[in-house]
Design a protein around this ligand. Structure first.
Ligand SMILES: C[S@@+](CC[C@H](N)C(=O)[O-])C[C@H]1O[C@@H](n2cnc3c(N)ncnc32)[C@H](O)[C@@H]1O
Length: 505
């Protein structure tokens, strides 16, 4: 058997696992990357190539070189990274950036400094330039004066390509043709270059997610794009990276990850937010102004359904000394008469329990049964499970067919991890109203926990089908009003996709 000290013939077909282990450990420690199964072949090929190039004949010699020589490490890494990227990848994120996140950043920014956006794991630059283009599209060609984009990657060869700004046709597969015309110059039938004013908005430098000593420009970040990178790291590494990235963000900074990665990186280090069919992270807990019936809060960009995408350019395009301000929004009219069931629902959604209790007591037009249901829901979300059950019992004494009551009992059981009981309650609710897509989703979750993958898959599929069929609207029988259960169509869609993919694998 070959030992770590062994001489390796680089053209030999196999390199034993024990010889690879120290190399793997070094790469994981310094760059976070892990190699298992098929990806291990890539590591072996890189090892063979670099041993030939550096004329090292034994593994020990090459390992020593790799440990001690930073240039060699950089060259080796270039052979290991996956640089797959293209312009406007996950287009929804660029809309999210300009219509939701930038207004939020402006609301919290206290000085006139430029908004700093970072693309980390930027590869050959398509993501960073897409950000620049999206900003120009939303805020006009002067956006370069208000925004600064810094982009970093561990891979120096990818960075060189990014700096050149020259791309082949394949990089444009996600870009609408009018944007290609507007922001790129053709240099050859198969190549285009980024126009200079877009190029000038972005600076590239080497950045290692595992390192504490990165260039100073990668700090005080308002918005960070960290997409399609974390998939190459194990959980421990991902957690460490989230902590380091948090330190690079401004106190009110935001982080966007690829849609399939976000939940796997929700370690409680940053706050997870869902908006406009997208999940993203916020460093600060989003401010929820305290509620008094006399002074209902003005809307913020987050609780507004959507900020008009051209809400800011007036401020941005003018080269004025005044800092850009958040779009003006009319405050809600603030009298107690406006406090409606919808407001109560919104307070519950925002987890403002005390205010919700107070409003519940002021509402004249709710029946006793409805009040008990609301009290049960508030107790459920406060995790006061026994209290929730007591309220539900009162409801069931009056109306044994209450769908909301069954759902609340199901959720109590689910939160208490009594999945068998939860399944029974959810099935009862579905017996009373088969179109409850959220309940199909809860049912699927419980079935998955109970290790019934086929039934679980069917229930997730059913949830998705019902959302498509009904657009998310459900009418309960007997004129029962649906309680504001805090799960949205977007969340259910996303989570169903996620779990279905995992269950099928
Ligand atoms: C698949 S690309 C993602 C490109 C782009 N973010 C996107 O979503 O299209 C992954 C990039 O992460 C980079 N990367 C891997 N490990 C890294 C590390 N430790 N620090 C910084 N970048 C890293 C790779 O070099 C590669 O360019």
């Amino acid at each position: 058997m070959m030992s770590a000290e062994s001489v390796i013939n680089p053209s030999e077909p196999d390199i034993p696992i024990e010889v690879l282990a120290p190399i793997k450990a070094l790469i994981r420690e310094r760059a976070g990357l892990i190699f298992q199964g098929a990806t291990q072949d890539k590591l072996i090929k890189a090892l063979r190539d670099r041993m030939v190039a550096t004329r090292k004949e034994s593994f020990t010699q090459y390992h020593q070189l790799l440990r001690s020589n930073i240039e060699e490490f950089d060259q080796f890494i270039v052979l290991l990274t996956v640089n797959e990227t293209f312009f406007y990848r996950e287009m929804a994120h660029f809309d999210l950036l300009t219509t939701v996140i930038i207004p939020l950043v402006h609301e919290s920014k206290k000085d006139q400094s430029r908004v700093k956006i970072m693309s980390v794991g930027c590869s050959s630059g398509e993501e960073a330039y897409s950000i620049a283009i999206a900003l120009c599209e939303a805020f006009g060609p002067q956006a370069g004066r208000q925004f600064q984009i810094v982009a970093g990657d561990i891979d120096k060869v990818a960075l060189k390509k990014a700096e050149s700004g020259k791309y082949g046709n394949f990089s444009f597969r996600g870009v609408p043709p009018h944007l290609i015309e507007k922001y790129f110059d053709p240099v050859h039938p198969s190549f285009r270059t980024v126009k200079p004013f877009i190029k000038n908005m972005v600076t590239f430098d080497q950045f290692n997610l595992l390192s504490k000593d990165n260039p100073a420009c990668f700090s005080d970040i308002d918005v960070m794009f960290y997409r399609n990178v974390s998939i190459y790291f194990d959980e421990e590494t991902r957690k460490g990276i989230m902590g380091r990235l948090k330190n690079l963000l401004c106190p009110n900074g935001f982080l966007i990850m690829g849609s399939t990665e976000t939940l796997a990186n929700d370690f409680g280090i940053l706050h997870l937010i869902s908006k406009k069919d997208c999940f993203f992270f916020s460093k600060a807990e989003i401010h929820k102004p305290s509620f008094t019936p006399e002074a209902l809060p003005a809307e913020t960009a987050l609780n507004r359904e959507m900020v008009p995408s051209r809400a800011i350019p007036q401020n941005i395009n003018k080269e004025s000394a005044t800092p850009p301000v958040a779009p003006e929004i009319a405050p809600l009219k603030s009298t107690i008469n406006l406090v409606s069931v919808e407001k109560l629902d919104a307070l519950i959604h925002e987890e403002r329990w005390k205010e919700a209790d107070r409003v519940l007591n002021t509402l004249q037009n709710l029946s006793e049964k409805e009040k008990q249901l609301y009290l049960a829901l508030i107790a459920l979300y406060r995790r006061a499970f026994e209290e929730a059950k007591l309220y539900v019992e009162k409801v069931l004494a009056e109306d044994e067919w209450s769908v909301n009551a069954q759902i609340i009992l199901g959720l109590v059981a689910k939160y208490q991890e009594d999945f068998n009981a939860a399944v029974t309650y959810f099935k009862k609710a579905l017996y009373l109203c088969a179109e409850l897509w959220a309940v199909h989703y809860y049912l699927a979750d419980c079935l998955r926990q109970l290790q019934h993958p086929k039934q679980s898959l069917r229930a997730y599929a059913q949830a998705l089908e019902l959302i498509n069929k009904t657009g998310g609207k459900v009418e309960l029988p007997n004129n029962e009003r649906m309680l504001p259960f805090n799960i949205s169509v977007e969340q259910v869609r996303f989570l169903c996709d996620l779990h279905m993919t995992a269950l099928k694998d």
